[in-house]
Write a protein of this length. Structure first.
Length: 638
């Protein structure tokens, strides 16, 4: 089946292949990509779109020595297929298997473990600057591939400014498929559209080839480049002045699915001195019609089966996720209050805001992959008197820490931060686990930090935050929303909710692991241990009264959070107890230890970290056994 692909152990094996064989190989690679997504959820349309580009790059450069960075890294699959990982490809994104992003532990062809967009030009420029300073390294070429969705990120212009000033030899391949996850937005995208209508790309493909054929294939690269430039200007085919003004040579647009042409272009620019931007036009989802027609859905589709006539059957989950609960809650808030606005940094689909976008087009803002701008933009709206919501993944909020500090908390502006994908995101792995937000948000004065225990809390907390005159944040994971039974207390600033009080010990649950804590307590009760549960709700302000009463009076206390232990909720509890002069020797903190967590299903990771009901119950049993000899009154420090 994979006649050619199965023999490719490394990019060196591509060297003898003709353009026709490379095209055949591209077909085989697409087949493997399609087979993968029929077994699991994985990045798909972006990978289908870069197959030819990947082959052209690896046949023009030698990346065992030259440098290559794929921006973001979600389109790394074709690269993995031809850099020695074909035989393990089926393990992609599963526990112990290949990572869905570049991973230097898997291959020397992957330079950085990344999953966040926009940093590729900076990192590649850094590699080049480093290689140029080290003896015998300056011949190493430096290439990065960046999508038009990632391209508006602020850091890209910091890097281009630096590269244009340094004049380093650097090739930036702009992979323009007119899509981020959703259709790309903003003025820069419109500029790229104008470049696309440049006759070099539209209609005049034969003209392109004529020009290329006039350019000598051998000889001084700078001269070859100038010859090409002269010919294209003569034909009125040159554009990209924005990049030229930044001291980049702009070439393109080029058809990114024509291997022959791509290789000619890459060969032409590979030794051009100074920074070059090669504008390559691709189709997201290329080669698999349903994905090309709906690249938004097929960015990371649910597992599906292909049928004869191309009809697809999707493996859909019937449960409602926290993301859905919150997008519906946002919708209702916007319906009720014309001052509520919502912002997403290119994650409209992931945060399920499509209905909000359609219903409130003037109060919905997709800013593109520009998190820092998004937060300052929200601050401006809050200052003007609106009630902005920043709906963002926990891990991407890290991009904008300074704006949260300066523009929001320092001004004490009422911006609401909804942190989706908080905690362990599962198969995306360490680049995407949202584990640091509690630690980095709770240190900021004025910031209210909330963790809903279930869907009831999540909706009520949004309502609370939109009536509160300070910045508020709340977090929830990527999982099915749960609801704790029984009558619930309303959300009150800095007040926890006592689910039950236990005489043998207490679990203090911070966040949506609350139902697991309740399940653990129920199991312990069957074993004869009376362990109660507190739903902490607030990390800041902490309900010291309730939580410290538990520490002062109960034989043991276990805190539970799906976040980094260092600086997180348990730390806040221990700090508060220490400040109050209460011993914490009988307090145990459960959460994410001080290391990066690999990829696997969220449930597998929770179990590995002792954060599932069994693990929580086990920790309680251990604490109970350990604290048995000690009595609560001995713990109070005088
Ligand atoms: C800082 C950051 N914000 C958001 C994302 C989520 N994200 C992953 S891929 C993607 C779209 C990238 O578009 P583009 O660079 O054009 O690549 P394409 O998928 O179109 O090939 C987004 C928004 C991210 N990875 N990093």
């Amino acid at each position: 089946m994979d006649k050619l692909l199965s023999k490719i152990e490394s990019p060196r094996d591509l060297q003898g292949l003709s353009n026709a064989e490379l095209e055949q190989l591209a077909g085989e690679m697409r087949e493997v990509l399609c087979n993968l997504v029929s077994t699991r959820t994985a990045h798909f349309a972006s990978n289908l779109g870069v197959v030819e580009l990947c082959l052209a790059l690896h046949t023009t450069f030698d990346f065992s020595r030259d440098r290559l960075i794929w921006d973001t890294g979600h389109q790394i699959y074709p690269h993995k297929l031809i850099t020695g990982r074909y035989h393990e490809f089926g393990t992609m994104r599963s526990k112990g298997g290949l990572m869905g992003y570049p991973n230097p532990n898997e291959s020397d062809y992957d330079l950085f473990m990344t999953g966040h967009a926009g940093s590729s030009i900076s990192a590649t420029l850094g590699l080049k600057a480093g290689d140029d300073l080290l003896p015998g390294q300056s011949d190493r070429r430096a290439v990065c591939v960046i999508g038009d969705g990632a391209f508006p990120s602020g850091i890209v212009y910091e890097a281009m400014n630096n590269a244009g000033g340094l004049g380093k030899n650097l090739l930036v391949v702009l992979n323009d498929n007119q899509m981020s996850i959703c259709p790309r937005v903003g003025g820069l995208g419109q500029y790229l559209d104008r470049l696309r209508v440049n006759s070099l790309y539209t209609g005049l493909k034969s003209e392109v080839l004529k020009i290329l054929n006039k350019v000598p294939l051998f000889g001084d690269p700078a001269e070859r480049f100038l010859a090409q430039l002269k010919e294209s200007i003569k034909a009125g085919l040159h554009g990209g002045m924005l990049f030229e003004e930044l001291n980049f040579r702009y070439i393109g647009p080029v058809d990114g699915h024509n291997i022959t042409q791509l290789r000619k272009y890459l060969d032409m620019v590979k030794d051009v001195p100074g920074p070059v931007l090669l504008h390559v036009v691709t189709e997201k989802g290329h080669g698999f019609q349903p994905a090309a027609e709906d690249p938004v859905f097929f960015h990371t589709p649910p597992q599906f089966t292909r049928e004869e006539e191309g009809i697809l059957e999707f493996k859909k989950s019937s449960s409602k996720a926290y993301t859905n609960v919150m997008s519906e809650a946002i919708f209702k808030q916007m319906e009720a209050n014309g001052k509520v606005t919502v912002m997403t940094a290119a994650m409209c689909q992931g945060t399920k805001l499509e209905k909000v976008r359609a219903a409130f087009p003037d109060r919905f803002f997709d800013t593109g992959i520009c998190e820092a701008h998004t937060v300052a933009f929200a601050a401006g709206q809050a200052k003007a008197g609106l009630r902005p919501i920043v709906d963002i993944y926990s891990t991407f909020l890290q991009r904008t820490y300074d704006q949260i500090f300066q523009e929001v908390t320092l001004q004490n502006l009422p911006v609401t931060f909804l942190l989706d994908r908080a905690g362990l995101t599962g198969p995306d792995g360490p680049t995407h686990h949202g584990m640091f937000d509690l630690a980095y948000l709770r240190v900021l004065p004025n910031m209210v930090v909330m963790c809903p225990g279930d869907a009831f809390d999540a909706v009520a907390m949004l309502d609370f935050s939109l009536g509160h005159d300070s910045p508020c944040s709340m977090r929830y994971p990527k999982t099915a929303a749960q609801r704790v039974e029984g009558s619930r207390t309303p959300i009150e600033l800095g007040r926890a909710e006592v689910i039950d009080w236990g005489h043998d010990g207490m679990i203090v649950a911070c966040g949506t692991l609350l139902p697991s804590c309740i399940e653990a307590a129920a199991g312990l009760r069957e074993d004869g241990l009376d362990v109660g549960v507190i739903n902490a709700r607030f990390v800041k302000p902490l309900d010291s009264q309730t939580i410290l009463r538990a520490i002062a009076t109960c034989p043991f206390v276990v805190t539970v959070e799906e976040a980094a232990l260092m600086g997180g909720f348990g730390s806040a509890v221990v700090e508060a107890a220490t400040d109050a002069g209460i011993s914490t020797a009988h307090v145990r903190r459960l959460g994410i230890p001080d290391r990066f967590i690999e990829h696997a299903e969220r449930g597998e990771l929770l179990a590995d970290l002792g954060l599932d009901p069994d693990g929580i119950a086990q920790a309680c049993r251990q604490m109970s056994a350990r604290c048995d000899v000690k009595k609560p009154d001995r713990r109070r420090v005088s």
